[in-house]
Write a protein that binds this ligand. Structure first.
Ligand SMILES: Nc1ncnc2c1ncn2[C@@H]1O[C@H](COP(=O)(O)OP(=O)(O)OP(=O)(O)O)[C@@H](O)[C@H]1O
Ligand SMILES: [Mg+2]
Length: 288
């Protein structure tokens, strides 16, 4: 999908931006809560590149295996993940990039102008897909921004955090990698135990659907909440109410905004006081 030297040049540009060059030097297609998604020219058309936290070569090998197993398990369970491969830039440590074809139609954009029949069909698909895939071993983040539409099918795009547990119920993902990307002030508070607890929501179909419903407030798609809850409440209990979704969203939005502020403060500290490079691209202002 992409030539090695294209990726190396991209990483060099990202480092220059982290060192103060204008962000316009990069073609940003989307900001998630954690990562910044960049557009690049691939060998067969445009692709997106998702930059992951720096890790050792050994951690990268383990991460790649976990991601491959996660994609397989999703497929077995009827979820279509978008084609995704990971490449490492550097020798050891490496900066991994997850590469996917750029999806021309995202579900958020389709739903923004959809009529009732399309909305009804998509919410049924979402509920069926989530309930059919999620259990104690395989999780997913069902938020509306994590899906694209391809030939009438839903494609799952947010695969870079493989939500997969082994037979003993432990996360396959090295959660320490993600803790390392947090500002030091939070690292003490967010230990493995808390992170495992946070991740556990993604392994519970009702919690995934509640999060999806609540997050429609952020996407300004509140009209979709009633049909979504109608479809969801046919299969989960206790039923999810609109009030529960709104309340959930208020606390969730607060938490993410708080985390973003702490990361910005950490960036200012690292750059201005310590004169060190802050290693992540952070989103600008997010409307919540
Ligand atoms: N393959 C793709 N094609 C087009 N747009 C994409 C693609 N992948 C991601 N995006 C855009 O970038 C946004 C963020 O991507 P993604 O969901 O993978 O990251 P994320 O939310 O930061 O993940 P996490 O928070 O779990 O690390 C998406 O919501 C979407 O708008
Ligand atoms: Mg996402």
């Amino acid at each position: 999908m992409i030539e090695r030297d294209v990726l190396e040049r991209l990483e060099a540009r990202v480092l220059a931006v982290l060192d103060g060059d204008p962000i316009d030097d990069l073609d940003v297609v989307g900001y998630g809560e954690i990562s910044t998604v960049l557009r690049v020219e691939g060998t067969n058309g445009p692709v997106v590149a998702k930059r992951l936290p720096q890790m050792s070569r050994a951690q990268f090998v383990a991460y790649s295996e976990t991601l491959a197993d996660y994609l397989d398990d999703l497929r077995v369970r009827g979820v279509r993940p978008v084609d995704s491969i990971v490449h490492a830039v550097g020798e050891d440590p490496v900066v991994p990039y997850c590469i996917q074809p750029l999806q021309p139609l995202l579900l958020v954009d389709e739903l923004d102008r959809a009529d009732d029949a399309v909305i009804e069909h998509r919410v049924e698909q979402l509920v069926d897909t989530i309930v059919g895939a999620v259990d104690d071993w395989v999780g997913l983040d069902g938020q509306i921004s994590n899906w694209a539409v391809d030939n009438g099918d839903l494609l799952y795009i947010d695969v870079t955090t493989p939500l997969l547990r082994d037979a003993s119920g432990s996360e396959r993902l090295d959660v320490g990698l993600f803790i390392a990307s947090l500002p030091w002030a939070l690292r003490g508070a967010v230990d493995r135990f808390l992170l495992t607890e946070i991740l556990s929501h993604y392994y519970d179909p009702r919690a995934v659907l509640l999060d999806l419903a609540g997050n429609l407030h952020k996407e300004r798609l509140t009209g979709i909440i009633p049909p979504l809850l109608e479809a969801a409440n046919r299969v989960v209990s206790p039923a999810i109410t609109q009030a529960e979704a709104a309340k959930y969203y208020r606390s969730d939005a607060w938490l993410w905004e708080f985390l973003l502020r702490v990361r910005r403060a950490d960036r200012a500290w690292q750059c201005k006081v310590r004169h060190r490079r802050y290693p992540f691209l952070l989103p600008g202002r997010i409307e919540r």
